[in-house]
Structures are given as C-alpha cells and as structure tokens.
Design a binder for this molecule. Structure first.
Ligand code: ADP
Length: 496
C-alpha cells in the first residue's frame, strides 16, 4: 500500500529534515528464534484442536502485509467445548487445589516464559508491529513479572482480605485487545489462576500468535488440561463467549463501545464483570518542570508504542509560558525518531497494527486539521509496504476539538495550553475517560495536588507509562471499572 510521505515544515518554517541524524546500520533481530506454524488450532482442554466451524482466518504482519499464518475461527460449538473444559477443570482439579500447588504451576509458567522470552518478543513484534525494543524490554518482562507476582499470592490469599475467606468465582471468560497481546493475556490469566479460577481466553483477531505460544507454555508446564483454554476469532466470537450461560465472570479490555455492549449483555446475569476501556490521558507540563526529561516522557508516553496504549499520553497540556519551547524541542526530537522495521533493535516507532486502525488515525487527524489544528510531521521515510503513520503533533488544539476528545490510538499528540494549575486540572478532567494522567513539575506539592484533583486511575509524576505488577491499574468514568494488578487485582477473581 502506498503511504503518504508527509514531510512538513517546522513551526518557524525551518526544515526539520533528518540532517545531522546518524543513520545506523540495520540491526534486525533474527526471526529464526521462533517457528511460526502455517496454521494455529484452538487450545481446548490442554490440546490444540481444529475448530468445529472448519474455518480459519489469515494472520498478517502489519509491517509487511505478509501473511504469517492462518488461525482457527471459533464458533458457538467451539466456545461451548472450551467453557465445558474449563468448568470440568474447575470442578475436578483447579478449584480444589491448594494455593501452594497452584503457585508451583504459576512459578513454572513464569520461568518457562522467561526462558523463551526472545521467542515471545520476536513473535509479538512480527504479529503486532511493535518495535522489538518494546516487546523485548517491556511486554515480555512485564508478562513474566505478572506470573511471578501472582504466583506469590496463590498461597497467601487467606491473609489478603483481613480475616475474610476468599473463594474462587469459577470460570472466567477473558477478552483482550491487540495493543499488548501477551501482556494482557498475563494480566488476565495470572490473577484468575492464582485465585483458583479457570479461564477461557479470547485474544484479538489481529494478534493471536503469542497467546497460542502461551498455550504451548501451559503444556510444557503440565498445567492440568482445561485450566486455560484459548479460543481465537473476531468480535462475534467474543460476543458468543460473553453470552455463554456457564460463565461466572467476564473480564474485558478493549474499546469503550464494545465494553458498553458487554455490560448490557451481562446485566441481569450472575456474571461478575470488570472492564478496562479507552482513555484520553492528559500529560501536563508546568513551567518549572525539567523540560528535557519531560520531552523524553512524552515521547515514551505516546510515540514509542505507536500510541497503541489506552493510557497513551495523547493530550499534552503545556503551561503557556513554556509552550513554544516544549513544542520546538518535541519537533526536534520527533525528527530524530526512527520509524520502520519492528524487528530492528534501533527502531523507535513500529507499524500500525491493522489497516482499519491506520484509516482511523488518518481520518481523525484530517478532522483535527479541518477543525483548525496545525499539523507537524517530520520528514521521515516510511516503508512502502505495511501500515505506517509518522509521529505527529497537532498544535493549537482546544478542548472542543475532536482530536482532544476522541481516542486516536496512534502516534498523534494533541497540544493544548493552560495558564494556571486550576485550568490544567479543568482541561485534564474535560473528557469522558479517566484512565491515566501524567504531571511534570519540580514541586512535589504541585504534583500531589494535581494527582488528587485529576480523575484518573493512574497518575504518573515526572515519569510516564511505568508499570509494575504490584501496582493496580484501571479507570474511572468511561474508562471502565475494576482494577488489574496488585492486591486489588485479586479482588476481581474472588468471592468473599
Ligand atoms: P479495539 O477497538 O481496541 O480493537 P475492540 O473493543 O474492538 O478493541 O476489541 C477488543 C477485543 O474485543 C477483541 O478481542 C475483539 O475481538 C473483541 N470484541 C469485539 N467486539 C466484541 C463484542 N461485541 N463482544 C465481545 N468481544 C468483542
């Protein structure tokens, strides 16, 4: 597909071309560490089995448009088989197993995942388009850390709830998106298993491969059959899973729109629900902030992950007195980001996950420009095949603009300005979401005051996008409810 080359002028009319940028020799990670199968079956009852539907769908590398594999499409009968297997495993093995024994399996899974980390990182980058630096240094280590963390809780649940006795819920249906395929699977599976539940997991249609590799890890760890089942497919598959009557819990991470549909479908049933939905995070820079560090934080918060995170710092709120300086420095930094081969260790920005997602980004940026925002994109060469979008800054944005309200989910930063701390809070809270926010200032009192007044599940101070399995994550408002991670994450999988 031909991609737009969008070399633009800097704000002051100077060329922001890549002059002075050192070109590195290519440093691609080898693909040979992972064996991609020509076809992936469903993982049900401990075995890889063909779908009753007889259908498969292609799985594409978004950086090249090459077909990597074909993946089983689960229909209602397949979902039913998976749920029955999970129920059987819950009733006959897992639900009655001591916490100490469950912990052993989780530790084993964590260790195997760690041993096979390179394989997972390469597969994740091939399937999702994210740079290997992110999958290798963020996604995979955090997934491992989640299994280790919740393994540690499995035999201590009796002490977690102040004398109240936790019991597992039963069988959980878990639906995850494409932005952190392996990590989201770990976030969902590890606490569920630690608390004694069994699982049917539905990965996103564009990124199922690391979940299937995780199925192999479960076999290697000799996890009892049926404790985790993985069904692949699209939104219909997800909807069928949500509607299955024999589930006790639904956990969903994805768009607010689908989250609302799921909430309706679950209303009036016995199913417990947690939703982690969209976000439109405000990243606030006060004039007293360490500007250069803040620039790195902003770049890390939105560009290094193609903006493919629900907590992406996609709205930059800068105090007016430093706005020009911040934008100028950001433009300079953007001109030096390397966009390209996700497997190259020097790549900063990888591919957009799918063609529909690319089209959505293009549409929203066009709306932003129509509504009066000023567009800046550095003059970076984009590969001729695959789904690519250059790092983008939209300035002169106000809260009424679509780009300040809609989740873009791409490497696009909308810049707004404010004069006083009150105004910063007001603009930050002017959104239907409330997942995360960031604040940069050298005054501790100012960051604490901002953190107390902004409606967001996570507020990062003088840093951004830092995760730890011990720290809970989740949203307010239309960003959903329930927390994942930490002690709080246990509460989503137990009855007290
Ligand atoms: P995104 O916009 O981030 O792609 P979606 O909410 O569309 O997120 O998808 C997230 C996950 O939800 C994917 O696994 C997708 O297949 C699944 N999904 C999509 N529609 C539905 C639905 N109506 N019910 C249940 N799951 C769904």
């Amino acid at each position: 597909m031909a991609m737009p080359r969008t070399g633009k002028q800097g704000r002051n009319g100077q060329s922001m071309a890549r002059e002075g940028v050192w070109e590195y020799a290519p440093a691609p990670e080898s693909r040979d560490v992972v064996r991609i199968q020509s076809r992936y079956e469903l993982f049900i009852d401990g075995a890889f089995t063909p779908p009753r539907s007889g259908r498969y769908f292609p799985n594409v590398n978004p950086a090249t448009e090459e077909t990597l594999s074909e993946v089983a499409y689960a229909d209602a009968e397949d979902i039913d088989r998976a749920v029955q297997a999970a129920r059987r495993a819950y009733e006959t093995v897992w639900g009655n197993l001591s916490g100490k024994e469950r912990a052993k399996y989780l530790f084993r899974i964590a260790r195997i995942l760690q041993e096979r980390a390179r394989e997972f990182a390469v597969l994740e980058s091939l399937d999702s388009g994210k740079p290997i630096r992110e999958s290798r240094d963020v996604d995979v280590p955090l997934a491992v850390a989640h299994f280790f963390y919740y393994a540690g809780w499995a035999d201590k649940l009796g002490y977690a709830f102040h004398g109240r006795i936790p019991r597992p819920l039963g069988v959980a249906g878990q639906i995850i998106p494409w932005n952190f395929p392996l990590l989201m699977a770990a976030w969902k599976i590890a606490p569920a298993l630690a608390c004694g539940n069994t699982v049917v997991l539905k990965p996103a249609e564009t990124t199922p491969l690391t979940a299937m590799l995780l199925g192999e890890v479960f076999q290697q760890a000799e996890l009892p059959p049926g404790v985790v089942n993985i069904v692949t497919g699209d939104g219909h598959t997800g909807a069928m899973l949500v509607q299955h009557p024999n589930l006790d819990k639904i956990a969903f991470t994805g768009s607010t729109e689908v989250g609302k549909q799921i909430q309706k479908a679950v209303a009036g049933t016995r199913k417990r629900l947690t939703l982690e939905l969209g976000g439109k995070a405000a990243h606030v820079i006060f004039e007293d902030a360490a500007i250069d560090q803040a620039i790195e934080g902003i770049v890390n918060g939105i560009y290094f992950n193609q903006g493919h995170v629900c907590c992406a710092g996609s709205r930059l709120l800068v105090q007016e007195s430093v706005a020009d300086l911040v934008v100028r420095k950001l433009q300079r930094r953007l001109a030096r980001l390397r966009v390209g081969d996700p497997l190259d260790k020097n790549t900063d920005i990888g591919a957009i996950n799918s063609l529909p997602q690319l089209r959505k980004i293009e549409r929203l940026v066009a709306i932003g420009v129509q509504e009066g925002a000023m567009l800046y994109q550095p003059d970076c060469a984009l590969p001729s095949r695959g789904y690519w979008y250059p790092p983008t800054i939209l300035t002169q944005v106000s809260t009424a603009h679509t780009v300040a309200q809609e989740e873009i989910f791409g490497p696009v930063l909308s810049v707004l300005t404010f004069r006083t701390p009150d105004e910063a809070v007001q603009i930050a809270n002017n959104t239907r979401y409330g997942l995360s926010a960031g604040v940069w200032t050298n005054k501790g009192s100012r960051s604490l005051e901002f953190a107390a007044r902004v409606r967001a599940g996570v507020v990062w101070c003088n840093t951004y996008n830092k995760f730890d399995p011990a720290s809970p994550f989740g949203g307010y408002l239309e960003s959903g409810f329930g927390r994942e991670g930490g002690w709080h994450g246990l509460a989503a999988y137990v009855e007290l």
